[in-house]
Design a protein around this ligand. Structure first.
Ligand code: TGC
Ligand code: FAD
Length: 397
């Protein structure tokens, strides 16, 4: 039989192709060698190095499942492995990548015109053009269907729309070049997607102030999108998709990625806690790792990580086959975020007082994982999506 490996307890690597293993290795090496050394200062200073997306672009890690337009066209499982490698370092770095790859590039690939694809995707794949995804508003988070942002025919500029409204808690907004904004189109009252190009907006019509002093996800930039009669060419509207199906289709890809990413963060917590428990001695010179209560914490976390990865592989394979239902994605997004956060909080106890020092890394993961459980549908919202699918009864309203 295969020997037990605490880093891959259920042998999930056996389920990966040669190509997927090679992609995972490339991503893990880049993240450990180039990203990890930057993260402590980035987190302390609330700084996001834009070059990271450019470096990822050079390695073919952005929009990786998209076929053509300079993208790698790999499997959904391979893309999950990239996400897991990035979030092993920090959820904020994964967040910057998810928005670029799944939410904006994914949206353009799925719903954009040929011109929009050719204009935006190749530059975004290189990380030379940065994206943001504006769905959440100050008064409408879990319920984006009630959004107030509107797009109407521009009163003076022919062939243009005028967009007004505010989006908040938007990853990458302060540094983005293209903002995928969801707004109600006045002609139909339906939600539509608009590609707002910062360089084309007259002064005062688009502001993207940063939201500072966050106590999680500090290595990622978050901000608002404020649109004041911003003129946007009609050609920048997604042509066909109407209603929440547009943003939620983009979210299916990003939520799937978070299910993988949070397992990377949890695996890093396990590895850090195991090393610490083996080195730290208390009571007659015994390492903490010798005590049963500590071993149980490691056993629980390792089990949840192994189960979470197997579930993510299964949903990834179904996604590749075009068979993944959105509820499956809700299930792994909720489960993996919740288990990662719970176990990270428990493993943090192993570090005693040192858990409070940011140099041990565990507190950073705990603070970040709270955010992963909140964005892209808070866990209780995913419970209600699953509850609706199980009972046929709608509990949101
Ligand atoms: P509901 O009636 O459920 O659906 C409305 C329309 O949307 C369709 N739909 C989907 N289509 C594709 N994929 C999905 N997952 C879909 N879910 C729903 C549905 O078929 C329907 O289509 P149609 O054609 O009949 O109109 O809508 P509702 O208003 O009742 O929604 C309820 C609820 C709670 C499920 C939904 O609003 C929800 O999921 N809320 C959570 C909000 C959310 O996830 N926000 C995310 C913001 S973006 C973000 O957080 C990015 S963080 C990125 C980072 O930094 O990593
Ligand atoms: P609310 O909707 O006010 O919910 C508050 C609480 O009430 C939650 O626990 C929720 O589960 C619960 N609740 C709400 N309704 C119900 C109900 N019917 N039944 C039971 N419980 C309910 N958004 C974007 O569009 N783009 C981004 O790039 C983006 N990036 C983000 C980055 C960060 C760092 C953060 C923190 C958020 C980001 N978000 C982004 C926003 C995120 O998606 C929202 O915060 C999230 O959807 C929750 O909305 P809310 O904060 O308004 O909470």
């Amino acid at each position: 039989p295969q020997a037990f490996d605490w880093q891959d307890p259920l042998g999930s690597n056996n389920l990966l192709t040669e190509e997927e293993l090679a992609i995972s290795e490339t991503a893990e090496s880049y993240c450990q060698e180039r990203m990890l050394p930057r993260v402590l200062d980035a987190y302390r200073d609330e700084h996001y190095d834009k070059k990271i997306l450019e470096e990822m672009g050079e390695l073919g890690l952005l929009g990786a499942t998209i076929k053509g337009y300079g993208c790698a066209g790999v499997s959904n499982v391979a893309s999950g492995l990239i996400t897991r490698a990035v979030e092993r370092v920090d959820s904020g770095y994964r967040s910057g990548m998810s928005v670029q790859s799944s939410l904006v590039m994914g949206g353009i690939d799925e719903f954009g015109t040929q011109e929009q694809k050719e204009k935006f995707l190749p530059m975004m794949a290189k990380g030379k053009m940065l994206g943001a995804f504006g769905l959440t508003e100050p008064n409408h988070g879990s319920d984006p269907g009630s959004m107030e942002t509107t797009a109407k025919p521009h009163p003076t500029k022919k062939g243009y729309l005028s967009i007004s409204g505010a989006k908040t808690w938007i990853t990458n907004s302060p540094i983005s070049d293209v903002l995928l904004v969801w707004a109600k189109y006045s002609e139909t009252g339906k939600i539509r997607g608009f590609l707002v190009e910062r360089s084309q907006c007259p002064p005062g019509t688009l502001e993207t102030p940063a939201i500072k002093n966050k106590n999680g996800l500090r290595a990622s930039l978050t901000g608002m999108i404020q649109l004041d009669e911003c003129p946007v060419p009609e050609a920048n509207m997604f042509p066909d998709v109407e209603g929440l199906r547009g943003p939620f289709t983009c979210l299916n890809g990003a939520r799937y990625g978070i299910a993988w990413g949070t397992m990377g963060a949890l695996e890093d917590c396990i590895s850090r806690a195991r090393t610490y428990a083996l080195e730290r001695k208390q009571f007659k010179g015994n390492p903490l790792a010798k005590y049963q209560l500590v071993q149980k914490k490691l056993a629980d976390a390792t089990t949840d990580a192994a189960f979470g990865i197997l579930a993510a592989i299964q949903v990834g394979r179904l996604k590749d086959a075009g068979q993944a239902a959105p509820e499956m994605i809700s299930m792994i997004k909720r489960q993996n975020c919740d288990r990662a956060l719970h176990n990270a909080r428990v493993l943090q106890e192993i570090f005693g007082g040192n858990a409070v020092s940011d140099e041990y890394g565990i507190g950073r993961h705990v603070a970040n994982l709270f955010v992963t459980q909140t964005y892209e549908g808070q866990s209780d919202i995913h419970s209600l999506i699953l509850g609706r699918a199980i009972t046929g009864l709608q509990a949101f309203v």
